[in-house]
Design a protein around this ligand. Structure first.
Ligand code: ZN
Length: 142
């Protein structure tokens, strides 16, 4: 009888790893109450995928940004935070004390894409960032 051969342990392919990284990042963003930056994304994703590194977070973000599954939010200091794409237009609130970002379901009257402003400027979209103190910082008097 021929000896049994074993194929050896299943190796985790790059595709599977990438998928898990993608899922972890998407889950973290789904649970977030506002846009978060790559560092915070890393911290929260590590709870699901220990050993995850910042370079991997950026590598995973790129195709998600290309596909608009995730959209960037530009911050006043020039840095970037991220949130899920495909959402209703909404504004953000930046706490000037702790730096946290919150989604705000308030904003200017919605300008549908294609709206023409004076001067023949055609609107693609809008972004609005409120500044102030969040509830926690206000309560702690900072
Ligand atoms: Zn705050």
């Amino acid at each position: 009888m021929a000896p049994l051969t074993y194929p050896g342990p299943v190796r985790e392919g790059l595709a599977a790893r990438r998928t898990r990284q993608r899922e972890a990042i998407m889950e973290v963003l789904k649970e977030a109450t506002g846009p978060i930056d790559a560092g915070e994304l890393l911290l929260r994703s590590r709870a699901r995928l220990p050993g995850l590194g910042l370079a991997t977070v950026y590598r995973t973000l790129r195709p998600l940004l290309d596909d608009r599954c995730i959209v960037p939010v530009s911050l006043p200091d020039g840095s970037t935070a991220y949130e899920l794409g495909g959402r209703r237009p909404h504004a953000h609130f930046l706490c000037t004390s702790c730096g946290r970002l919150f989604d705000v379901e308030a904003g200017p009257p919605c300008l549908p894409p294609g709206t023409v402003l004076p001067g023949g400027l055609v609107v693609d979209g809008w972004s609005l960032m409120f500044h102030g103190l969040c509830r926690t910082c206000r309560a702690s008097g900072s």
